[in-house]
Design a protein around this ligand. Structure first.
Ligand SMILES: Nc1nc2c(ncn2[C@@H]2O[C@H](COP(=O)(O)OP(=O)(O)OP(=O)(O)O)[C@@H](O)[C@H]2O)c(=O)[nH]1
Ligand SMILES: [Mg+2]
Ligand SMILES: [Zn+2]
Length: 318
């Protein structure tokens, strides 16, 4: 049978929903694709992957090949789960586990969604998500949703993002605020919505494209997942060539990859101070002439940001 091209829009443990020329096919993987790595390796094929497949009867198909990814967003599990010692003697299995966390591939931009309240934003998580997006060269938009619940302290926190190449959109799905702006920024692109649980990612998607719920239902019926709290990554065509990827929220997050440049861009105040340390390899620990420590002591630097800078540098230098 002739092969076809398609894009993976949903994945379960052993099946993939592939959009092939607007027909949804339930696909399995050709054995040669997983025999070296194990079938349970969920990073083999992820939502957003462009694939070559052989269509079969009754809306089924077999994925033959995964085309190279332009980018891959994910999170690191191993970073938290393993101690420093075992990290150094990382087994193949651990590497695999780490790759396990790829969320979506081949997206054009990331809409990082947080809530002004309920839950209150953890700004270290905001910083880490921006680092993750910038490290994959993905344009990032920071959406602060639930503005109807915002308190006045928010703007002072957001000031930290002025020098960061991330646009901020404030929204309220309840009041309809920011909806048109977000819709406009998503037009003609594939956008992944990413953020903690309960901040309103799915609600925003529904507010922007009120008809999309049916598509959520259609995909959910194929994957056997519910439609309320998002349990699986789902890519949906919102309209025309506008695609949106809804993702399950998380409670814990560490980036899967980070570049030094992205870390220094997001934590610009810490990296700027670090250039003034007496030693160029200063760990900002007990070294004399440490401008970062001095900055914390004088109240100029936020200890939270200094700590996060250290954690992220450790992540890439270990
Ligand atoms: N007050 C207020 N509540 C909102 C807003 N947007 C969403 N909510 C509520 O927040 C709750 C969580 O919304 P969801 O859209 O399920 O959140 P989510 O980010 O998709 O959550 P997960 O799928 O678990 O990651 C729901 O009860 C929504 O009604 C908003 O702008 N203002
Ligand atoms: Mg959701
Ligand atoms: Zn220092």
């Amino acid at each position: 049978m002739r092969s076809a091209r398609g894009r993976v829009i949903a994945a379960t443990a052993d099946e993939y929903v592939v959009d092939a020329a607007d027909e949804l096919l339930r696909c399995t993987l050709r054995g040669t694709l997983w025999q070296d790595r194990g079938k349970e390796d969920t990073a083999l094929v992820v939502v957003g992957d462009e694939v070559v497949l052989t269509p079969g009867p009754e809306g089924q198909g077999v994925i033959e090949e995964v085309l190279p990814r332009r980018n891959a967003l994910g999170r690191g599990r191993e970073f938290q789960a393993y101690g420093a010692k075992s990290r150094r003697r990382r087994s193949k299995r651990a590497v695999r586990k780490r790759a396990d966390q790829i969320l979506a591939a081949n997206v054009d931009q990331a809409l990082l969604v947080f809530a002004a309240a309920e839950p209150r934003p953890n700004f270290s998580k905001v910083d880490q998500l921006i680092v993750a997006a910038l490290s994959e060269d993905l344009p990032a938009l920071l959406c602060i949703n639930k503005m109807d619940l915002a308190d006045p302290g928010l703007d002072a926190e957001l000031d930290y993002y002025r020098p960061v190449p991330v646009e901020i959109v404030k929204s309220s799905a309840v009041l309809g605020q920011g909806i048109d702006e977000i819709r406009g920024r998503m037009a003609g692109r594939t956008t992944v919505l990413w953020g903690p649980s309960g901040v309103g990612k799915s609600t925003l998607i529904n507010a922007i494209w009120p008809g999309i719920n049916q598509k959520v239902g259609q995909v959910s019926a194929m994957t056997g997942m519910g439609t309320h709290t998002t349990r699986a990554v789902e890519m949906l065509r919102a309209e025309g060539d506008t695609w949106v990827v809804d993702t399950p929220g998380w409670r814990h997050f560490t980036p899967r990859t980070a570049t030094r440049h992205a870390i220094d861009t997001v934590l610009w105040d810490v990296s700027e101070a670090a250039t003034q340390c007496r030693f160029s390899d200063c760990r900002h620990d007990r070294e004399p002439g440490c401008a970062v420590r001095e900055g914390v002591e004088s109240g100029e630097l936020d200890p939270r940001r200094v700590e996060l800078h250290r954690e992220l540098i450790d992540l890439i230098e270990r």
